[in-house]
Design a protein around this ligand. Structure first.
Ligand code: NAD
Ligand code: UFG
Length: 338
């Protein structure tokens, strides 16, 4: 039997493909290269097996899914494929609703029709907004503040409804802030254009592609005034998916369950820049600038439920995240483009 990984050439999907292979699972990858490149598939194959199955196609194309389910013995799916830029989603909302909801609905329909019962879905801590209580637990109120966020909120609800109606078992994994790279330095995050996210931006400053980091706000009600997030190593996150698939055979069978994937540690923007400087071995230029509209002040996970139901917890600290992200950026200053 095999696991289908949608969005398998992307940042988190590629690391998860490697983790699934290491855990002894057979993997089929699907991606349309909308936000990734064939070089990522080559890198996955170099770390795993040269004949790992890759299908280039769009998840919204039902014939692609039917073909995959008919020609491979798929019994479980990890669904990463989505557009993910919050700001862009405000500008082109229909693209986001069309792609993210269309993919989830198409995939769930094909799974039900082909009798595939186990699904792990990429959700986000964005569904919590600014939580009233930190660390945030899975029973905190949810909602959204951007079209992207709504696609995660709505996908969660769609999957809850399908799970109840059609015997689909689902884990909704709410990721906190994934950073870092595979320790080989051959697989990592390769954002298009100027990065929106903090750590890719910091690393592009370190490698000389950008001038300095703008720290969005120095007057938040946090220990040093900059925003606080729960950064999690992408390989820890990948291993969380293996644990979630295992739990669908055990404690989470017959349910649709939301689980946080975070470390439980909040780090400020200034702490991240300092840890990155240590990893790089040189200071990273930054300047405190205005707050970014729509940003929340601080969030980090309560990871206790993940430990309880998945038997999983993160093991890699901020220094390791920065070491591995830098190792990838240093070896690939222009990402998969060379
Ligand atoms: P990514 O853009 O690197 O990977 C997503 C992949 O899906 C890309 O390779 C893209 O080409 C592919 N894709 C998109 N639409 C597709 C379609 N219709 N058919 C086939 N392939 C398609 O993003 P990522 O950082 O790896 O994120 C993976 C998932 O995790 C997404 O659902 C994202 O919303 C979610 N998530 C990411 C973060 C983060 O900070 N990276 C945080 C929380 C949640
Ligand atoms: N930041 C800066 N300068 C930058 C970029 C970011 O100071 O150039 C700050 C932000 O203000 C924030 C922190 O760094 O305090 C992290 O920002 P990111 O953009 O890296 O991450 P966010 O927490 O804002 O957003 C991420 C994902 C979203 C997702 C959200 C919740 O990018 O897709 O987490 O899961 F919705």
């Amino acid at each position: 039997m095999a696991v289908l990984v949608t969005g398998g050439a992307g940042y988190i999907g590629s690391h998860t493909a490697v983790a699934l292979h290491e855990a002894g699972r057979k993997v089929v990858l699907l991606d349309n290269f909308d936000n990734s490149s064939p070089a990522a598939v080559d890198a996955i194959r170099a770390l795993t097996t040269s004949d790992m199955t890759f299908v280039e196609g769009d998840l919204r194309d039902r014939s692609v899914l039917d073909h995959i389910f008919e020609t491979h013995d798929i019994d479980e799916v990890v669904h990463f494929a989505a557009h993910k830029a919050v700001g862009e989603s405000v500008t082109i909302p229909l693209d986001y609703y069309g792609n993210n909801l269309g993919s989830t609905i198409g995939l769930a329909g094909a799974m039900v029709e082909h009798g595939v019962r186990k699904l792990v879905f990429s959700s986000s801590c964005t569904v919590y907004g600014q939580p009233g209580t930190i660390p945030v637990t899975e029973d905190a109120p949810t909602g959204a503040e951007s079209p992207y966020g709504w696609t995660k909120f709505m996908s969660e609800q769609i999957l809850r409804d399908v799970a109840a109606a059609a015997d689909l078992d689902v884990v909704l994994l709410r990721y906190f802030n994934p950073v870092g790279a595979h320790e080989s330095g051959t697989l990592g995050e390769d954002p298009n254009g100027i990065p929106n996210n903090l750590v890719p931006y910091v690393m592009q400053v370190a490698v000389g592609r950008l001038e300095e980091v703008g720290v969005f706000g120095g007057d938040y009600n946090t220990p040093d005034g900059s925003g606080v997030r729960d950064y999690i190593h992408v390989v820890d996150l990948a291993e969380g998916h293996v644990a979630a698939l295992d739990a669908l055979d055990g404690s989470l069978q017959g349910a649709c369950t939301a689980v946080n994937l975070g470390t439980g540690v909040g780090s400020s923007v200034l702490e991240v820049i300092s840890a990155a400087s240590d990893a790089v071995g040189a200071p990273i230029a930054y300047e405190i600038v205005d707050r970014r509209p729509g940003d929340i002040e601080q969030i980090y996970a309560d990871p206790a439920y993940a430990k309880e139901v998945l038997g999983w917890e993160s093991t890699r600290d901020l220094a390791t995240m920065m070491r591995d992200h830098w190792n990838w950026q240093r070896q690939n200053p222009n990402g998969f483009g060379g």
